[in-house]
Ligand binder design. Structure first.
Ligand code: ZN
Length: 257
């Protein structure tokens, strides 16, 4: 009973948050944009995933929970600090994913702020500019209070699922397409890439590990290469989250002159 009541209140809280604490941005660029993002950043994402993007002249965004650094997750090695430093040197972006990789919808405000402070300190000592941090909700678990706190701290916050963004976006609840070994989204990534190109939309792709036998939340190197090639062939710009937000904001500013 208690559990169902708390689940209901979470659902209401999430529903309310969809209309609150928004930061709208109009997408009116001349190109579609595709961002490749890696959550938790397993070692294979930092190495194989990053290399595949680099070979295409692109860079990605890696959402890091400092508490996972140097550890393993679901039997697979997570990134090390050396991996993260190499990513930064190569021009990739590190975003925030809480410190302990916890659900943010059930934490108290104080506990959530502590989590985010701790992760910001961790990223700052690696040289990340924490004034331009982007965030991804662990497990996609957002709610009213988490969105309020996130809005004050991050350039954007990404949820899990929802597909393509086009027209107007809420930077504080950005959708994503899950490029997973076991598909969970209805539309294929190829469909969304062509729509991004046609509608000058913004497709944020997320995955986890990148290896020949990926977890259900990861993808094989061959498949990632295919998707990167499809995005380029469609004429989309491949950008990090920060570069994409800069791009959309510049286009919006130019459009209102
Ligand atoms: Zn995660």
């Amino acid at each position: 009973m208690t559990e169902s009541v708390s689940r209901l209140s979470l659902r209401i809280s999430r529903r309310l948050s969809q209309h609150a604490f928004k930061q709208n941005l109009r997408l009116q660029g001349s190109n579609g944009v595709v961002c490749f993002t890696f959550d938790d950043a397993p070692a294979s994402a930092c190495q194989t995933g990053a290399r595949i993007l680099e070979q295409a002249g692109a860079r990605g965004t890696f959402y890091i929970a400092g508490g996972l650094t140097g550890h393993s997750e679901q039997g697979k090695p997570c990134h090390t600090e050396a991996d993260l430093r190499r990513l930064l040197t190569a021009g990739h972006e590190l975003g925030c994913h809480s410190f302990s990789h916890v659900r943010c919808d059930t934490l108290t405000a104080k506990a959530l702020q502590d989590e985010l402070d701790k992760n910001a300190a961790f990223l700052a000592q690696l040289g990340v500019d924490t004034r331009r941090l982007n965030f991804a909700y662990p497990f996609g678990a957002y709610a009213y209070q988490a969105k309020r706190i996130g809005r004050a701290r991050f350039r954007s916050s990404r949820v899990t699922g929802g597909g393509l963004e086009s027209g107007q976006v809420d930077l504080n609840a950005l959708k994503t397409h899950r490029l997973y070994n076991v598909p969970v989204d209805t539309d294929s990534v190829e469909t969304l890439i062509s729509r991004a190109a046609q509608e000058q939309g913004w497709l944020i792709i997320n995955t986890h590990d990148v290896e020949d036998t990926p977890s259900r939340y990861g993808i094989s190197p061959a498949r990632l290469e295919q998707v990167v090639a499809a995005a380029l062939a469609a004429g989309c710009k491949l950008m990090t989250m920060n570069a994409a937000i800069d791009y959309w904001q510049q286009q919006e500013d130019a459009g209102t002159d």
